[in-house]
Each structure stands twice: as C-alpha cells, then as structure tokens.
Design a protein around this ligand. Structure first.
Ligand code: MTE
Length: 330
C-alpha cells in the first residue's frame, strides 16, 4: 500500500501552467502513475489490478479536448472566493469508474456515451417513475448554484453548478411514510467504465442520504456547470451535489434513486468503514484516520486555508444534526 505524498506537483506548479503542461505529459504514463493518488485515500493492494491501468487499456486514442466555452456569470461564491475555472474543474476529477488518476479521468471518459440515459426513481414512493434526461430538463427548472466542493482528501474547488433541488424530484415521487433514506446508484457497465473491472470495490458506486438531508434545499441534482451540460468526467448526465458533505457523497452518473427504510451502505463504507462514514459532513474537528481535516488546499492556490464546519453551510444545515454526536456519526 503506497502512501499519500506530502506534496504533489500541483502544489509546486501554478495550476494554469500545470494544466497546459499536461497536454505534453499525458503520454508519459509512468510519470503520471508515479504521482497518482487514490481518491479518498484507499488504494487497491499491489496484487489487485489497479483501476487506472484497466482504464488505460481501453482509453480511446481519438479523444479530443472539449472546446465548449464557459458561460459568463458570477465570479465568486457567497464568501467572496473566486470560482475555479472550467479547465481546473474538468481536468482534476475523482471518478474511479475510469481511473484513480485524477488527471487521466477526462481523457478516459471522453467517449462515455450519455444517450440513451434513464434515471429510475422508485422504492418507497407513491409515484415511481423513470425519467430520460429530456424529461428531467422539462420537469425541473435548471438554476445556477455556486458551491464549494470539499474532497475528503483535503482539496477543494468553487464550482458554478447547473441543477435543481433534489427535494423537488423526491416530492414529485411522493415518499411513503416509511421512507427514511435515499439510496443513489451509478451506472454499472464495466465495458463502458473499465475501472469497474477492479474487484477491490463493491461496484456499482452507491451513496445515501437521510431523507431530511435530501430534502434540504442545498442538495441538488446537477446537469451542468458553467452554463453547459456536464462533461462525462464531472458525472454526466446527472450527479448529486451535497455541498456540506465531503465530495465522495456527491455521486456521479446516477441511474437509480430509491427511497428506502434503512440506512443504505455506500461503496466507501464497504471499502473502509473506519475511514468513511455515512454522514461525511465536512468537519475540521474530526480528522480522517490518516490525515488532518483542519485545513484544505483550494485548487489554484498555493497555501492552505482553514476548513469550515459543514464547508461553510452550517447556518443552513447544522440543525439537521441537533443532538447527534458528530464524532461518532462521522
Ligand atoms: N461518483 C462516482 N460514481 N465515482 C467516483 O469515483 N468520486 C467522488 C464523487 N463522486 C466518485 C463519485 C469523489 S471522492 C469526489 S471528491 C467527487 O466525486 C469529485 O467530483 P469532481 O471530480 O467533479 O470534482
């Protein structure tokens, strides 16, 4: 099991310069894999086929860079922090279905087919329904939400998402009285998502929220960012964004949303239950067993900044956890 390096080359190279260099570096697989970090800090044992190499074998050599220009809009979050730019947001991704190497995901996911795509909403609901993406866009008003995304690995970005409140979709489905949790699932198709050939993880990627968390207005289903449809590496065509929780809760490329009575398990809870809990609220006072959560590195900045409780959204969400021990419910 390799260790998380204390410093990565993004930290010593300005992000813009680094991203331009990446075009030249992309063929240097050995150099890239030498600095590859495991998302969320869990790595396959040496004997297991690493998702990165499995994905690399099936990468399309014809993948072309995206040319869509970001839309003009607000340039800071509500705290006054500047947005990360489109290139940063779409070239530094955790998406284990494609690779464990953040800088390789965009290329490896470039040809991931987004149509046809259906999302099933079912389980303990009065009105089970299967949407295609056109249905979703017609049924829900898409708005911009500028949120901080804080990864459990202690890096963060500010992202102008396009999306709609998850609570609106759940209300339309009509949760039954015994529905207490929401379980989300990513597409499971190892032919399209080669990382799913790794036996180290319990594919498909699943995540969960308590129903009252899911109904909070901050929790959105995102269809885009910077005014454009999501690219595959960002979780197209539909992903969850829960800004007060560590990024691994924000599950990508969703095909199923199910209302359930019991707290669901997630892929990360299965992989390392002592490291990744169900709640995963951003909390500077509760360290990851292998690193501090007191500070974070904003992508594009050189120094570190203090981690904010609930990632800066305490006013809106702290009440959801009244009376709970957040060290125990990590
Ligand atoms: N969803 C799926 N299906 N697979 C993943 O590997 N990674 C998670 C989350 N959602 C992941 C996922 C993690 S660890 C983070 S930090 C965020 O996606 C990263 O989102 P981003 O790549 O858009 O920044």
């Amino acid at each position: 099991m390799s260790r998380i390096p204390k410093i990565s080359w993004q930290e010593i190279t300005p992000e813009r310069v680094y991203l331009n260099r990446r075009q030249l570096m992309v063929g240097a697989g050995a150099a890239l894999s030498a600095v590859a970090l495991a998302a969320c800090g869990v790595e396959p044992p040496a004997a297991a086929p690493a998702p990165a190499s499995a994905a690399g074998e099936s990468a399309s050599p014809t993948a072309t860079p995206d040319t869509r220009a970001p839309a003009a809009g607000a340039t800071t979050d509500e705290l006054g922090d500047p947005l990360n730019d489109f290139e940063q947001i779409t070239n530094y991704n955790n998406f284990y279905e494609f690779s464990t190497d953040k800088q390789s995901v965009a290329k490896l996911a470039a040809n991931f087919p987004l149509t046809p795509w259906t999302v099933t909403v079912g389980g303990l609901v009065d009105n089970p329904i299967t949407y295609d993406m056109d249905d979703i866009r017609k049924a829900f008003d898409i708005e911009e939400r500028i949120y901080r995304l804080r990864c459990v690995e202690a890096w963060s970005m500010v992202i102008p998402w396009m999306g709609f409140p998850l609570g609106k979709l759940l209300a339309a489905a009509g949760p039954k009285s015994d529905a207490k949790y929401v379980r989300f699932q990513t597409l499971h198709d190892p032919a399209l998502m080669p990382g799913q050939n790794s036996t180290w993880y319990s594919w498909p990627y699943t995540e969960g929220l308590r129903l009252d968390e899911a109904m909070n207005d901050l929790a959105i289903l995102s269809t885009g960012l910077y005014g454009k449809d999501l690219l595959p590496q960002s979780g197209a065509p539909l992903r969850l964004v829960v800004p007060w929780k560590y990024g691994f809760k924000s599950i990508k490329s969703i095909v199923s949303i199910e209302l359930v009575a019991e707290q669901p398990n997630s892929l990360w809870m299965d992989a390392a239950p002592n490291e990744y809990g169900f709640y995963a609220n951003v909390n500077p006072d509760v360290d990851h067993p292998r690193w501090s959560q007191a500070s974070e590195r904003r992508i594009g900045e050189l120094g570190r900044r203090a981690t904010l409780p609930f990632n800066g959204y305490a006013e809106q969400v702290a009440g959801l956890y009244d009376g709970m021990d957040l060290r125990k419910n990590f």
